[in-house]
Design a protein. Structure first.
Length: 540
RNA sequence: GGGCUCGUGGCUUAGCUUGGAUAUAGCGCCGGGCUUCUAACCCGGAUGUCGAGGGUUCGAAUCCCUCCGGGCCCGCCA
C-alpha cells in the first residue's frame, strides 16, 4: 500500500536534492534521504498519511481521507469524473484518406488514433473540432474521374469499394496504354480552372467514395465535424496569395521556372517546391494555406499523419515558422503492413477496414454463441458487434503510434487476449451487481467509506483515482495508448476485488460501501471506455 | 548514399522526454480454482545478454558515440 511519487513534485524534489547534496558534499544517497525524511512534516488531514524511508527512497502513503474523497468524488461527478479544466479550441485533423477507395487497415490506425485523441482532449477540457481534409486536386482523383467514364461502376458493391475497382482498372489501363495519360492531365487541368462540368464530375466521384468511407467510420464510432476540400484554397485565391508571399522571401529561388525555397539552414536538405513551372500549385502549397486558415480558427492544431509524411510535415512546419504562422502539433504513426509487404489502393493490395470488421465480427459471434448459447439471436448479434468494434479499436490504440506493425489475421480475430472484451466484461459485471442490488431493493446512498479496508478495495480506489492523471498525460503528450493501458489496469483491479470481496452477501454496512465502490468502478470503467470510443455494455 | 524512426522472454508490448528499489503486462507454456454477485474471470510457476560494442555516472532499458538489423522517406506526386 504505497503511492509512488515518481512523477510527482515530492520525489523529483527529494531526488534532485539528494543528487545535488551528494555531488556537493559527497554523502551517500541513503544519508541524504534520511536528512530529508527527518524534515518531512505532514500536516494533519492531508492526503498523505505517512512517509517511510527505504534506502535511498522515501515512500509516501496515501491517507484514508484521500481514499474516501476519491470514492465520494466519483459518485458526485459521475460521467464527468476525469474531466479536466483545460480551455481553448483545438482543430484535430485525422484520416484524410484520398477518396479513391475504401479505408484500409492502415487508414483506420490514423482514424482510431485521431478519434481517441479527440475524445481524450475533449475530456481534458478542450473544445475539439475534427476535420477530414479531402485531397480533391491530386492526380488520383482525376484518374477516378477518367475511370468512371471508361469503366463499369459496379452498383452492387459498397460505393467506396466500387470506386476502388474503377480506380484500379484505370491505373492498370494507364500503365498498359500510355496514350490515355494526356486525357487524365486534361481532366486535371479543367478541374484546376474550375470548369463547371468537370467540377460536377469530381464532386460526384468524391461524394460517392466519401459516402462509403463515412459509413465505415460510423461503424467504428468515428465521425468528423467538418470535411474540408483542398480545392477551396485554390479557388478562394489563398494559394495564389501564399505563393506571392513566398516569392518575396530571401530564401526563395526560381529554378527551371519553378518556385522553390531553400530550407538548409533549418536542417532540411531538400529544397521545397512551392509552384510548378506552369504556375500551378502543389500539395504542400495548398497545405500551407489550409494550415493558415485553420490557425485563425483555433488555439491548437493537431494533425495525425502516417510515417510517409515525416519529411513533408517537417517541411510544412519549417515553412509556417518562416512565414511567422502557427505550426501544427503532428502525431506521426508508423505503417501497418501486410506479411507480403506494404499496402496500395492503386495496385489493389490492401485489406479494407470493412473486411477486417466483418471477419472480426464473425469471430466474435462464434465466441458469443459458444459462451452464451441460451441468449437470443438479437442479443448475440449486438454483443458480437460491440465486442468486435471494441477489440479492433483497442488493439490499434494499445500500441504506441511510433511502432510499425505487421497485420496478422490470426491475432486480429483472437479474443482470448486481455483487450477490450476484458474491460467491457468487467463493466458488465459491475452493472450486474448494481442491477441485482436494485432488484432486491438494497439501498447504498448512505454508506461509510471507512469500512473499505481490504487490500483489493484500497488498490481499486487508488486505481480509480488515477483516471484524471491518465487523461492529463494522454492529452498533454498526445499519447492515447496511455489510456488504453489505464483502462486495462482498472479492469484488472476491479476483477481482483470482484474475486476476493463479496458484495451482495456482505453485512449491511460493508454491503452499502462495497456497492458504492462497485458503482464507482462502473462509472470510471464507462468513462474510460467512452473516451476510447468503445461501448460499455450493461451485459454481455 | 543521406535523413527520420523502431529493436525489451517463443510472440505482442509498457517504461525511455525528466537515469535510481526485484524491468510492465498480455498471449502461449506448466500447475491450481466454478454449490458463492457473469470463469470473456482469478491465483501460482517457468521463460529476459532490455539488438551489439564502447562512453558518461556512485548508478544506464533510459543520456552520448559507433556498428548491426527492420520500417518509412528522399518527384515541378499526393
Amino acid at each position: 500500500m504505497y503511492l509512488k511519487f515518481k512523477d510527482e513534485v515530492l520525489s523529483v524534489l527529494s531526488n534532485a536534492v539528494a543528487k545535488a547534496g551528494f555531488e556537493a558534499e559527497d554523502m551517500a544517497l541513503n544519508e541524504i534521504s534520511e536528512i530529508i525524511y527527518a524534515n518531512i512534516k505532514i500536516p494533519p488531514d492531508s492526503f498523505i498519511e505517512k512517509a517511510v524511508t527505504a534506502g535511498p527512497y522515501i515512500n509516501f502513503f496515501v491517507s484514508r481521507s484521500f481514499l474516501n474523497e476519491t470514492v465520494l468524488r466519483v459518485l458526485l461527478e459521475r460521467e464527468n469524473f476525469g474531466n479536466l479544466d483545460n480551455r481553448g479550441k483545438v482543430i484535430l485533423e485525422h484520416t484524410s484518406a484520398n477518396p479513391d477507395g475504401p479505408l484500409h487497415i492502415g487508414h483506420i490506425r490514423n482514424s482510431v488514433i485521431g478519434d481517441t485523441l479527440a475524445r481524450v482532449l475533449t475530456r481534458a477540457g478542450y473544445d475539439v473540432e475534427t476535420q477530414y481534409y479531402i485531397n480533391d486536386m491530386g492526380r488520383q482523383i482525376a484518374v477516378v474521374v477518367w475511370g468512371l467514364e471508361n469503366f463499369k461502376f459496379d452498383v452492387s458493391k459498397k460505393k467506396d469499394h466500387a470506386i476502388a475497382e474503377v480506380y484500379i482498372n484505370a491505373n492498370k489501363n494507364l500503365v498498359d496504354e500510355k496514350e490515355h495519360s494526356p486525357e487524365v492531365d486534361a481532366i486535371m487541368k479543367k478541374y484546376e480552372t474550375g470548369d463547371p462540368e468537370t467540377n460536377k464530375k469530381f464532386k460526384d466521384a468524391i461524394d460517392t467514395a466519401m459516402e462509403g468511407i463515412k459509413e465505415s467510420l460510423r461503424r467504428i464510432n468515428i465521425h468528423h465535424d467538418k470535411f474540408t476540400w483542398e480545392s477551396q484554397f485554390v479557388r478562394g485565391g489563398d494559394v495564389n496569395k501564399m505563393m506571392e508571399r513566398i516569392k518575396k522571401l530571401d530564401r526563395a529561388m526560381i529554378k527551371d521556372g519553378a518556385l522553390m525555397v531553400d530550407l538548409n539552414d533549418v536542417g532540411i536538405q531538400k529544397s521545397l517546391v512551392i509552384q510548378r513551372s506552369d504556375g500551378t500549385s502543389l500539395y504542400t502549397t495548398r497545405d500551407l494555406s489550409y494550415h493558415e486558415w485553420k490557425a485563425k480558427q483555433c488555439d491548437r492544431m493537431i494533425d495525425i499523419l502516417g510515417a510517409d509524411h515525416k519529411l513533408i510535415s517537417s517541411q510544412l512546419k519549417a515553412m509556417l515558422r518562416i512565414l511567422g504562422l502557427k505550426e501544427p502539433e503532428i502525431v506521426i504513426f508508423e505503417f501497418v503492413s501486410l506479411p507480403e509487404g506494404s499496402m496500395s489502393t492503386r495496385r489493389g493490395v490492401f485489406i479494407s477496414a470493412d473486411e477486417l470488421l466483418d471477419e472480426v465480427e464473425k469471430a466474435a459471434y462464434e465466441v458469443v454463441a459458444k459462451k452464451l448459447p441460451e441468449k437470443d439471436e438479437d442479443f448475440k448479434r449486438k454483443v458480437a458487434a460491440f465486442v468486435s468494434i471494441g477489440a479492433v479499436r483497442y488493439d490499434i490504440i494499445r500500441i504506441s503510434p511510433e511502432k510499425a506493425t505487421t497485420f496478422n489475421w490470426k491475432e486480429a480475430v483472437d479474443f482470448e487476449k486481455q483487450g477490450a472484451p476484458f474491460i467491457q466484461y468487467s463493466h458488465a459485471r459491475a452493472c450486474s451487481i448494481i442491477r441485482k442490488a436494485q432488484e432486491d431493493g438494497i439501498a447504498f446512498e448512505v454508506f461509510d467509506p471507512n469500512v473499505l479496508l481490504e487490500e483489493q478495495e484500497i488498490a481499486l480506489i487508488k486505481k480509480l483515482s488515477g483516471f484524471e492523471n491518465a487523461i492529463d498525460i494522454a492529452s498533454r503528450d498526445l499519447k492515447p495508448n496511455i489510456l488504453a493501458i489505464y483502462a486495462r489496469e482498472l479492469a484488472d483491479a476491479f476483477n481482483q476485488f470482484y474475486r476476493y470481496v463479496p458484495v451482495l452477501d456482505a453485512e449491511p454496512e460493508f454491503r452499502a460501501a462495497r456497492l458504492a465502490l462497485v458503482d464507482c468502478s462502473r462509472i470510471v470503467l464507462a468513462n474510460a471506455l467512452d473516451t476510447l470510443g468503445i461501448t460499455a455494455p450493461e451485459s454481455m
